[in-house]
Ligand binder design. Structure first.
Ligand code: ATP
Length: 750
C-alpha cells in the first residue's frame, strides 16, 4: 500500500435525508483519497457528529468501506443537526476538524446540507480566530489550515437540483415506484379498480412524472403543472371513465406529494379518491408509497453514479486552490462535471420560487428540456383515445418491427411509437418476428389499445428474429413493403437491425421499394451500437447482473471463495465493466483489452495474496467473449488448481436472464423518448419526400440522428461494436477502486 501524505486530510460525511447510492459515494471518496495518498476520515451522523467529535470522527482504511455498496441508506449515518445551525455549534465542529487536521470536506446531502457547508466554509477563518481568542488553539495550528475546501454531492431521491441531471438516489427511488405501481396495476386490473398512488419528491414532480411515464399510468399530477381548469376533478373523472370505455381494466392516478391546484392548495390523495369514488361509482384505493422509496438496495445506476461522483469529488478537491469556491460535482449529459456549489443551490430554489409566484411555465422551464419533453409525451400516452385525424390529412402507413435479440424496453418503445403515430393521425402497422415475419407477410394494423399495458412489459410482444436479409430475401421484403404500402419503417433492435437496414439502403438501386424512410432505435443489452451511448435494455441487464452478483456474494459468506461471473455483451465490454464497477469486482475482463497468460498469472498472485491475508471472497467479472481460448471454465480451473487449499473457485454464467425481466425505469423512459423522436423523424421524412435512413441515439445530453450511410464508418464490423466507446474512460476509476484490500467483506463500518 502507498504511504499516506500527512499534508492534507479529508473527511466525508452524509447529511440530511438518506438516499440509496450514498454508500457507493462514501466508498469511492475513501478509496480514491487513499489511492492518492490522502489520509481520510468519515464523520458519522452528519453535522451532529462533526459538532460532537470524538468517536464520530473516524479514520478510514481501504477495508472500512468494503462490502457496503449494495446496502441502502448510509452506513456512516446521517442526521439533522440544530446545533450546526448555530455559530457556536459550527465553532465546535471547526475545532473537531482542526484537532484531526482535516481541512477538506466532501459533503453528500441535500440543499440544506450543502448550504450549511458553504456557510461553514465562509465562516471558517472567523471560527478559527474565535478559537485562537479563546486560547483553544494556537495561531500556528490555525495557520496550517487557513481554508476549508469543499466539494458537494447531491444525495437526494427528489432529483430537484440544478447542476446534475440525476441526484444520487433518484434512480433507485424510481425503481421502488415502478415496482410498486407495476404490482398495484396487476391487482387493479383484476378487480377493475382505481388506485391513487402518492409518491415523494417534495416540490419537484420528477419522480411522479417519470414514474407515470414508466408505468403507463392514466393520470399524473405534478407541482410544476397544476390543473389548468377549476373543475379539474370532473375532467379527471371523465378521462378515467373514457379510458374504461376504451377497454382499460384499471385506472392509476399518480400524485406528487407537492401537487397543488392553481390557488396553491395541496391536492390530497383522499380528496382525489373521494371525488373519483363519487364519479366512477366504485371503490378507489389509496397507496401512499412513503419511505419505501428511500429504501432497498441501490440500483446499478446509483452505485455507479455515487462511485463516479465520489471519485471526482476527491480529484476536484486535490486540484483546487485553497481559497477556491466550493464545487458541486454532478452528472450532466452522461459526463461528470462541476459547477459552483452555491450557484447550483440558488438555481435549484428558483423552480420552487416560480411555483410560489404562480409562474408555472417558468417552473417547467427550469426543470429542463428532458422534463418538459417527457411531460408532453406523457400527455399523449395517457389519452384514452388518439386525436381524430384531420379531414384533409395524408395518413401515412408507418410500420414498426424488431430485429436482433430481445431487449427489455422493446415493448415500451413499440407502445410509444404506435400511440404517437396514431395520435398524429397516421396508420400504424406492426410487423411480427423480424425480417422473416415481414417476408412471410406477418403485418397487421395496430390500434390504441393494441399496446395497452405494454409499458412495463418485459420480452417482446411483436416477436423478434436475428435473421439478416440476404439473396432472395430482398425481393420478398420489397414485395411485402409494396403489398402493405409501408411508407416509413421503424426498426427497434440491436446489431442485426442496423446491419439489415444498411443492406436495404445499399439495395435501393435494385429495389425502389426500399426508397422509404427507415429509422433505427437502439435496443440491445450489449450496448454495442454506434451513435448511442446507452441502448434500451442495457440498464435493465446491468441491474439484473448486479442483483444476481449481490446474491452470489451472500452465498459465500463463510467461505474463502472466488467467483468468476460471466456476463453477456458479445464483444462489447459495457455490461462487464459497468456491473464490475457497481459490484466492486476486483477484476473485469473485457474483449476490448483481451486476456493474456501474464494477466492470469498476475490476477492469480493477487488472489493468493488476498486470501492469504484474510480475504474471504473474490469477485471477477468476465465478458462472455473476453477471450475465447481462456474461457470462463479455463480460468476457473486454473485458479482452482493454483489456489489449492487456500480458496476454491466457482463459475457463474448468468446467461439469458440478462435479456429478460421487466424493463428498468430508465429503459422505459429512454425507450419512450427515443420512439417519440423516431416517429417524428419518419413523419418529417415521408412528408417532405426525403426518405433518408438514420439511426438515433443519446449522445451526451442530446438525442441525435446519424445518417445510416455512416454506419460502416462508425463501427468495427468484425467486432460488431462502435469505434467510439465512451465508457472505456471509466476503466481507470474501476481499476483504482478495485485495488484489493485484505478483505472486501470484513470490517464493515457503522
Ligand atoms: P434533504 O433534501 O434530504 O432534506 P437536506 O440536506 O436538504 O437533505 P436539511 O435538513 O435541510 O436536509 O439539512 C441537513 C442539515 O444541514 C441540517 O440539519 C443542518 O444541520 C444543516 N443545515 C441546513 N441548512 C443550514 C444552514 N442554513 N446553516 C447551517 N446548517 C444548515
Amino acid at each position: 500500500m502507498t504511504t499516506i501524505s500527512k499534508t492534507r486530510r479529508l473527511a466525508v460525511m452524509t447529511s440530511g435525508g438518506d438516499a440509496q447510492g450514498m454508500n457507493a459515494a462514501v466508498r469511492s471518496v475513501v478509496r480514491t483519497a487513499l489511492a492518492r495518498n490522502v489520509q481520510v476520515y468519515a464523520i458519522y451522523e452528519g453535522y451532529q457528529g462533526m459538532v460532537d467529535g470524538g468517536e464520530f470522527i473516524r479514520e478510514m482504511n481501504w477495508d472500512s468501506v468494503g462490502g457496503i455498496m449494495h446496502r441502502g441508506g448510509t452506513v456512516i449515518g446521517t442526521a439533522r443537526s440544530d446545533d450546526f445551525r448555530t455559530r457556536d455549534g459550527r465553532k465546535k465542529a471547526a475545532l473537531n476538524l482542526i484537532q484531526h487536521e482535516i481541512d477538506s470536506l466532501v459533503v453528500i446531502g441535500g440543499d440544506g446540507s450543502l448550504t450549511g457547508a458553504n456557510i461553514f466554509r465562509q465562516e471558517w477563518p472567523g471560527l478559527l480566530s474565535d478559537l485562537i481568542a479563546d486560547g483553544t488553539i494556537t495561531q500556528d495550528v490555525a495557520d496550517k489550515h487557513p481554508n476549508l475546501i469543499i466539494a458537494g454531492l447531491v444525495g437526494s431521491i427528489d432529483n430537484d437540483t440544478y447542476g446534475t441531471d440525476m441526484t444520487i438516489g433518484a434512480d433507485s427511488a424510481l425503481h421502488r415506484i415502478t415496482e410498486a405501481v407495476d404490482a398495484i396495476t396487476s391487482t387493479a386490473a383484476s378487480h377493475q379498480r382505481t388506485f391513487v398512488v402518492k409518491v415523494m419528491g417534495r416540490n419537484c414532480g420528477y419522480l411522479a412524472l417519470m414514474g407515470a411515464l414508466a408505468t403507463g399510468a392514466d393520470w399524473v399530477q405534478i407541482p410544476e403543472s397544476p390543473p389548468e381548469v377549476e373543475n379539474w376533478e370532473v375532467v379527471l373523472a371523465e378521462r378515467l371513465i373514457a379510458g374504461r370505455k376504451a377497454g382499460r381494466r384499471d385506472s392509476i392516478v399518480i400524485l406528487a406529494e407537492g401537487a397543488r391546484d392553481r390557488q396553491g392548495n395541496y391536492i390530497g390523495s383522499s380528496h382525489v379518491a373521494k371525488v373519483l369514488e363519487h364519479a366512477l361509482g366504485e371503490e378507489v384505493r389509496i397507496t401512499v408509497l412513503g419511505h419505501v422509496q428511500r429504501g432497498g438496495a441501490p440500483s446499478a445506476f446509483d452505485r455507479n453514479l455515487g462511485t463516479l461522483l465520489g471519485s471526482a469529488a476527491v480529484e476536484t478537491i486535490l486540484d483546487s486552490a485553497p481559497e477556491a469556491e466550493p464545487q458541486l460535482i454532478g452528472m450532466r449529459g452522461n459526463r461528470v462535471n462541476h459547477l459552483p456549489l452555491m450557484e447550483c443551490v440558488e438555481k435549484s430554489h428558483e423552480a420552487s420560487e416560480a411555483m410560489n409566484a404562480g409562474d408555472y411555465q417558468r417552473a417547467l422551464e427550469l426543470r429542463g428540456s428532458s422534463f418538459q419533453e417527457a411531460f408532453q409525451t406523457l400527455k399523449t400516452m395517457l389519452r384514452s383515445l388518439p386525436h381524430t385525424p384531420q379531414p384533409d390529412q395524408k395518413r401515412l402507413r408507418l410500420a414498426v418491427m424488431h430485429s436482433g435479440a430481445p431487449a427489455p424496453g422493446m415493448n415500451t418503445a413499440v407502445r410509444a411509437a404506435v400511440r404517437i403515430g396514431l395520435d398524429k393521425g397516421h396508420i400504424m402497422l406492426g410487423i411480427q418476428n423480424g425480417f422473416p415475419g415481414l417476408i412471410a407477410g406477418e403485418v397487421f394494423e395496430m390500434n390504441w389499445m393494441s399496446v395497452n399495458g405494454w409499458a412495463p412489459m418485459g420480452g417482446c410482444e411483436l416477436g423478434t428474429n436475428r435473421h439478416i436479409p440476404a439473396g432472395s430475401d430482398f425481393y420478398a421484403i420489397a414485395r411485402a413493403i409494396e403489398t402493405h404500402k409501408i411508407e416509413g419503417l421503424l426498426i427497434i433492435g440491436g446489431w442485426p437491425a442496423y446491419e439489415s437496414a444498411h443492406k436495404l439502403l445499399i439495395e435501393r438501386t435494385n429495389f425502389p421499394a426500399f426508397d422509404i424512410p427507415i429509422v433505427l432505435l437502439p435496443a440491445t443489452i450489449n450496448n454495442n451500437l454506434p451513435g448511442s451511448e446507452l441502448s434500451v435494455g442495457a440498464d435493465t441487464a446491468s441491474n439484473t447482473i448486479v442483483e444476481a452478483v449481490d446474491k452470489i456474494k451472500h452465498s459465500a459468506v463463510a467461505l474463502r471463495r472466488c467467483f468468476v461471473v460471466e456476463v453477456m455483451g458479445r464483444t462489447c465490454g459495457y455490461l462487464a465493466l459497468m456491473s464490475g464497477l457497481a459490484t466492486g469486482a476486483e477484476r473485469v475482463y473485457l474483449n476490448e483489452e483481451g486476456v493474456t497468460l501474464r494477466d492470469l498469472q498476475i490476477d492469480l498472485d493477487m488472489l493468493i495474496r488476498g486470501f492469504s491475508s484474510g480475504k474471504r471472497l473474490g469477485l471477477i467479472i468476465r465478458n462472455e467473449h473476453a477471450n475465447d481460448v481462456y474461457s470462463t471454465a479455463f480460468m476457473c480451473a486454473l485458479f482452482e488448481e493454483e489456489g489449492k487449499e487456500l480458496f476454491d473457485v466457482r463459475q457463474s454464467i448468468l446467461g439469458h436472464m440478462q435479456q429478460g425481466g421487466n424493463p428498468s425505469p430508465f429503459d422505459r423512459i429512454q425507450a419512450t423518448r427515443l420512439a417519440t423522436r423516431c416517429i417524428d423523424y419518419l413523419i418529417n421524412q415521408a412528408e417532405s419526400d426525403s426518405n433518408h435512413c438514420a439511426f438515433i441515439g443519446l449522445q451526451g445530453k442530446e438525442i441525435k440522428f446519424h445518417d445510416l450511410q455512416d454506419f460502416t464508418r462508425m463501427v468495427d464490423l468484425e467486432k460488431q461494436r462502435p469505434r467510439d466507446q465512451w465508457w472505456l474512460s471509466l476503466r481507470a476509476i474501476a481499476k483504482v477502486l478495485a485495488q484489493p484490500g485484505p478483505s472486501e467483506q470484513t470490517a464493515p463500518v457503522g
